[in-house]
Design a binder for this molecule. Structure first.
Ligand code: S3P
Length: 450
C-alpha cells in the first residue's frame, strides 16, 4: 500500500505522439459515496464502474467494519448490504483510511450521530492533515473527538447518542466538510442545514436525493443553502459510477503537450462542479473538444478529444473556478510550463492541505526541472517556457501524493531530459492503471530512477 511499502521510483521520457483511447477508471468521489450511502441504506445497493483504487478499497473495508456486507463479483460488480441510517455497529478495531481524506472525513460524518465509538488512522500523509474542519461542526451534533495536537489523526470519535440537528456555514470551500455534516445530519431528528458560499462538488446532495432522502438546495444571497430532513429510510440503488474527470485530466493534459498527439477520453462526467480544468485549458488555447455530449444518470457526460496544442497561452485562472478544478492544479501547472507567458492561479489556499502541500510540491519539482515558479500563501504563478523549451532532468519528490507523482510523469513526456519521481506508489490510490494506460497511448514511463 502507498506509504506503507517500498517506494517505487519512476521515470518518464520524451515520447512520440500519444494516440488512441484512454478509458480512465471510475470517479473517486462518487465511488466513496456509493459505498457509504449503500451501507446506510436498507437492502442491497449494486455498483458498477467502482474505482478499485486503494482509497476506495479502504472505504469498502471500513464499511464492513461498521457492519455492512460488502462483496465484489468476479466481473467487478460490487454489492453493499446496508444496515440503515443509525444502524452502524461499533467497529472491533482501528479504522485505517490509508491516504484518503475523503474516506476518513465522510466516514466520521456518517458514524458521528450513532451511539458508537471508532478510532481512525491513516498513512503518514493523512495523519498530517487537519481534521478539526470536520470535528468542529460534528461537535454541534453532540459528537466528541479526541485526536493528536492540531486535530490530527489518529483520532477517536464518540458518536452522539442523542444528536440534535445543525445549521452550519462551511468556512472553507470543502465538499468533504459539507458531506460530513450532511451524512451526520441523516441520523439527527429534524432538518440539518449546510450553507456554502462557493459551490463545491455536489455528488453527496445528488446521491442523497437518489437514495430517497428529502434534500433541497436553494441559491440565496448567503450562498447555497442545503436542507436535509433527518432520519429518512434510504432506499438501495443501482449505481453506474461515471469515469473520473480528475483522472481524465492526465491523458488530456499529456496529449496537449506531446507533439502530434490525438487522444480520445470517452465517457467523462462534466458536472459543472468538477469540469473547471477543461474550460481553463480551452481558455489557454488547447485543442480540446467535447464530443457526443449527452446526459447519463442525471449528469452531463462527453467524450473528450485532446490534440497537441502548439499555441498554448498562459492565463489568469478565474479564482471563482478554483473549487471546480481544485484537484487539477498540479497537472495544470505542468501544461502551463509549455505555454507562453504566465499562468496565474489565485484563491487556492486549499492546495496547501491536500495529500501534500501541492503548491510547494509542484513548485519545487518544476523549479528543479528548469521552470520558474513564484508562490505565496494562496497563489502561485508558473512562468511558461513554450514548447520544446522545458529542460527536465531532475528527480521530484511526490510526498505520498498521487496527483503530484502523475503530474511529474506527464511533465517528463515533453521535457528535453527525463523527469523522475522518488515514489510513484501513491498513484495506486486513485489511478491504479495509470502506467499501463499511458504506456498504451505511447508514453515512456519506466520504473526506476534516471
Ligand atoms: C473531495 C473533495 C475535495 C477534493 C478531494 C475529493 C470529495 O476535497 O480535493 O479529492 O470527494 O468530496 P476538499 O473537500 O478538501 O476540498
Amino acid at each position: 500500500m502507498s506509504g506503507h511499502g517500498t517506494p517505487i521510483p519512476m521515470t518518464s521520457r520524451k515520447c512520440g505522439p500519444l494516440t488512441g483511447e484512454a478509458h480512465v477508471p471510475g470517479d473517486k468521489s462518487i465511488s466513496h459515496r456509493s459505498l457509504i450511502l449503500g451501507a446506510m441504506a436498507v437492502g442491497e445497493t449494486v455498483i458498477t464502474g467502482l474505482l478499485e483504487g486503494e482509497d476506495v478499497l479502504d472505504t469498502a473495508k471500513a464499511m464492513r467494519a461498521f457492519g455492512a456486507e460488502v462483496a465484489r463479483d468476479e466481473d467487478g460488480t460490487w454489492h453493499v448490504h446496508g444496515v440503515g441510517v443509525g444502524g452502524f455497529a461499533e467497529p472491533g478495531n482501528v479504522i485505517d483510511c490509508g491516504n484518503s481524506g475523503t474516506g476518513v472525513r465522510l466516514i466520521m460524518g456518517a458514524m458521528a450521530t450513532s451511539p458508537i465509538t471508532a478510532t481512525f488512522t491513516g498513512d503518514a500523509s493523512l495523519n498530517k492533515r487537519p481534521m478539526a474542519r470536520v470535528t468542529d461542526p460534528l461537535a454541534l451534533f453532540g459528537t466528541q473527538a479526541v485526536g493528536r495536537a492540531g486535530g490530527r489523526l489518529p483520532m477517536t470519535i464518540v458518536g452522539a447518542a442523542d444528536p440534535v440537528p445543525v445549521r452550519y456555514e462551511v468556512p472553507v470551500p470543502s465538499a468533504q466538510v459539507k458531506s460530513a455534516v450532511l451524512l451526520a445530519g441523516l441520523n439527527a431528528p429534524g432538518q440539518t442545514v449546510v450553507i456554502e458560499k462557493e459551490a463545491t462538488r455536489d455528488h453527496t446532495e445528488r446521491m442523497l436525493g437518489g437514495f430517497g432522502a428529502a434534500i433541497t438546495t436553494e441559491v440565496t444571497d448567503e450562498g447555497r443553502v442545503i436542507t436535509l430532513t433527518g432520519r429518512p429510510e434510504l432506499k438501495p440503488q443501482t449505481i453506474v459510477v461515471p469515469r473520473d474527470p480528475s483522472s481524465a485530466a492526465f491523458p488530456v493534459c499529456a496529449a496537449l503537450i506531446v507533439p502530434g498527439s490525438d487522444v480520445l477520453v470517452p465517457n467523462i462526467g462534466l458536472n459543472p462542479t468538477r469540469a473547471g480544468l477543461f474550460y481553463t485549458l480551452q481558455d489557454m488555447g488547447a485543442d480540446l473538444t467535447f464530443e457526443n455530449m449527452r446526459e447519463e444518470g442525471g449528469e452531463p457526460v462527453a467524450d473528450l478529444r485532446a490534440k497537441f496544442s502548439p499555441d498554448l497561452k498562459g492565463i489568469e485562472v478565474p479564482p471563482e473556478r478554483a473549487a471546480s478544478m481544485i484537484d487539477e492544479y498540479p497537472v495544470l501547472s505542468v501544461v502551463a510550463a509549455f505555454a507562453t507567458g504566465d499562468t496565474v492561479m489565485r484563491g487556492v489556499k486549499e492546495l496547501r492541505v491536500k495529500e501534500s502541500d501541492r503548491i510547494e510540491a509542484m513548485a519545487a519539482g518544476l523549479r528543479a526541472n528548469g521552470v520558474e515558479v513564484e508562490d505565496g500563501p494562496d497563489w502561485w504563478i508558473v512562468k511558461g517556457r513554450g514548447h520544446g523549451n522545458v529542460p527536465g532532468g531532475a528527480t521530484c519528490v511526490s510526498h505520498l501524493d498521487h496527483r503530484i507523482a502523475m503530474s511529474f510523469m506527464v511533465l517528463g513526456m515533453a521535457t528535453e531530459a527525463p523527469v523522475s519521481v522518488d515514489d510513484g506508489s501513491p498513484i495506486a490510490t486513485s489511478f491504479p492503471i495509470f502506467e499501463g494506460l499511458m504506456g498504451a497511448l505511447g508514453a515512456r514511463i519506466e520504473r526506476g530512477s534516471q
